[in-house]
Design a protein around this ligand. Structure first.
Ligand code: GLN
Length: 190
């Protein structure tokens, strides 16, 4: 299974390493044409406004929307989660609009810019180690969205069909189970 990592900004090499640890083939994606050969795409963390602008400049908005419409899997982590949402609190426009949810940027405030915790994730046996960095939260989800994880009662991971989103950075640990979950999602959809 070939899984691309959108390489406009953010932690690309780390995601590739964990895709491979989970048994997939990782591809660094810089051009829209590369999407044709992929089974899934990860949109990494970084700064969502910057990544959104670069996506517009290089034609990735429409290309990823089409990719998702074809039933291919998309996983947005941290800033990537903001990019897949169809609503961003306090902003008139969203980016890709692939998942029916409202996200709140930088939701943990300045005092707790980054932290790590163990999280229970639906579909994964033991808790996973999650790293949060200026992380967003999911404020509200639509009917077709399955909540996969919460932290202090707030939603930090969710799935809608072949779209997966997480507030945290699963690529900054040695735990590849979130990536394995994404590969399973693709496998089950075949
Ligand atoms: N705070 C960033 C944003 O709003 C996301 C942070 C991250 O990806 N680590 O884009």
């Amino acid at each position: 299974m070939k899984v691309g990592v959108l390489a406009l900004q953010g932690a690309v090499a780390e995601h590739i390493r964990l895709i491979e640890a989970a048994g997939g083939e990782g591809v660094v994606v810089k051009r829209t044409e590369q999407l044709d050969e992929l089974d899934g795409l990860i949109i990494p963390g970084g700064e969502s406004t910057t990544i959104g602008k670069l996506m517009r400049t290089y034609g990735f908005i429409e290309a990823i929307q089409n990719f998702s419409r074809e039933g291919k899997a998309v996983f947005g982590t941290c800033a990537g989660m903001i990019l897949v949402a169809d609503h961003i609190a306090g902003q008139a426009e969203a980016h890709l609009g692939l998942m029916n949810m409202t996200v709140q940027r930088n939701a943990f405030g300045r005092q707790r810019e980054s932290f790590e915790t163990d999280l229970d994730v639906k579909g994964i046996q033991e808790p996973i180690r999650a790293v949060f960095i200026r992380a967003p939260l999911i404020d509200e989800v639509g009917d077709r969205v399955d909540v996969l994880s919460t932290y202090n009662g707030q939603i930090v991971a969710a799935r809608q069909g072949q779209v997966l989103a997480a507030s945290f950075h699963p690529e900054l640990t040695d735990d590849s189970r979130m990536h394995a979950y994404f590969l399973d999602m693709i496998r089950q959809n075949r």
